[in-house]
Design a binder for this molecule. Structure first.
Ligand code: IMP
Length: 425
């Protein structure tokens, strides 16, 4: 009767998929609960690399049921592309995936508005993935959005789509001078998608709670990260959902009483794509070097990621907001060639230490206080237990744990399933 949650603690791209894949072998249900095809989750298995955007990475295990729950913004085109991509690799998504009837649907017009808004924003761009996610969630909150269940009934869809296009076409034409969308082809394609997925559309909240009561195990797979959370991130430079623990409950409909473990994924350094504050950011050659060694390019958009040192204040914030019970520290192997490694331990403004990560989104004028630790200058990718790690590396991990005050339970030293150290209690 237990549900585990995996959440990002930084600005996404922490290596969540690798840890989710590692934890998934004994799990009955893997659930995506927020975000959409803006996510890019990379998993390496036996020299094969898989990139997932919407479908939970648990699909790689033959006995796992994958769930796209109510909180996800479901893009039918991306979904069917991913189904085809996995089919080519011998995985039948339809056999082992269920979709919530209350997922909101992302349409090409959401993508068009996302891109047009970014262009019109000038220097106020968010740097979105242009996958239409924020625009779709906007419609959800405005109560005009289309949900998957609407696609299963042609009269209902006709009524919802008529109202939806009535609003959206005015926005497209008058605000963005974009072409309006014809009702007929969109109606037809949505009905076709509805027919294709009808056999796997469910009340996923009911199914998950029933499964949990029957003793099955559930893993909730967060996308993005705490720094991108619409409430707890660096607003407005955030995504339009709640990747944090509260979002996992609302976005899956699982009772909080089932949740007994929250694992925060933290990269051993920090990256960010898109605009927004990044107090420990590196610039110039230092950033370039880390980006190159860490292969820090977006899995969804291919954009180069901004890189910087580990930020303890952000992690403490993530620990608080998510109720982390443990941390998985990823990509520590990437720090192998540094003589010295810095840790951002506190934020200051006008010389005064801030009590915590600012929640008002204003990180202007922040200075970071750093501690410097000696590097280990050695390849650790073959380490399989804590004692295989050089002393300086263990000291770095111990210091992070001490500063964050949450146990580090997993250490990832490479992209593969085997490249994982489980820290004994
Ligand atoms: P959106 O989610 O496409 O609206 O983009 C909003 C912000 O979230 C931008 O800074 C994106 O770069 C960032 N973002 C969205 N998804 C991801 C992700 O999976 N990893 C990292 N950043 C992301």
């Amino acid at each position: 009767m237990t549900a585990k949650l995996v959440v990002g603690t930084q600005w996404g791209d922490e290596g969540k998929a690798k840890i989710i894949d590692y934890l998934s072998s004994q799990i009955d249900y893997i659930v995506r609960y927020q975000g959409g095809a803006n996510a890019g989750h990379t998993v390496s298995v036996n020299d094969e690399v898989y990139i997932f955007h919407l479908i939970p990475s648990g699909i790689l295990y033959p006995d796992t049921t994958c769930v796209i729950a109510n909180g996800v913004a479901l893009d039918p085109i991306s979904f069917m592309e991913e189904v085809a991509y996995l089919k080519e690799r011998g995985i039948d998504v339809f056999e082992r995936t269920i979709l919530s009837d209350s997922c909101h649907i992302v349409l090409p017009l959401h993508r068009a508005i996302d891109a047009a808004r970014e262009t019109a924003a000038g220097d106020k761009q968010i740097g979105t993935t242009k996958r239409g996610i924020g625009v779709c969630y906007g419609d959800k909150v405005m109560r005009i959005g289309l949900r998957l269940g609407d696609l299963l009934d042609k009269d209902r869809l006709k009524e919802c789509l008529t109202h939806f296009l009535d609003v959206k076409n005015r926005v497209l034409a008058n605000m963005y001078s974009e072409p309006v969308v014809d009702f007929d082809p969109l109606y037809k394609s949505l009905l076709e998608f509805g027919e294709k997925v009808r056999p796997i559309v469910r009340n996923t909240s009911l199914e998950l709670n029933t499964a949990l009561k029957a003793g099955k195990s559930v893993l909730l797979e967060g996308a993005q990260g705490t720094g991108l959370d619409i409430d707890f991130g660096t607003y407005p430079y955030v995504t339009s959902s709640n990747p944090t623990t509260g979002g996992a409950i609302a976005g899956s409909g699982i009772s909080f009483q089932h949740l007994n473990e929250v694992i925060g994924i933290a990269k051993a350094y920090v990256t960010r794509v898109g605009e927004g504050p990044f107090p420990t950011e590196l610039h110039g050659d230092e950033a370039e070097e880390l980006r190159k060694i860490g292969r820090e390019f977006g899995a969804t958009t291919g954009r180069p990621r901004r890189c910087g040192w580990f930020d303890v204040e952000l992690l403490r914030h993530a620990a608080r907001v998510n109720g982390l019970t443990g941390i998985a520290l990823t990509k520590i192997d990437i720090l192998a060639n540094y003589d010295e490694i810095k840790i951002g331990v506190a934020y200051k403004r006008n010389g005064q230490r801030l009590p915590a990560f600012p929640t008002d989104g204003n990180l202007d004028g922040i200075e970071v206080e750093y501690e410097t630790m000696p590097g280990w200058n050695e390849d650790i990718s073959k380490a399989r237990k804590l004692s295989d790690l050089p002393k300086n590396c263990r000291d770095y991990i111990d210091r992070l744990e001490e500063l964050i005050e949450v146990p580090i339970k997993f250490i990832s030293v490479g992209p593969g399933r085997k490249d994982t150290i489980v820290v004994d209690d």
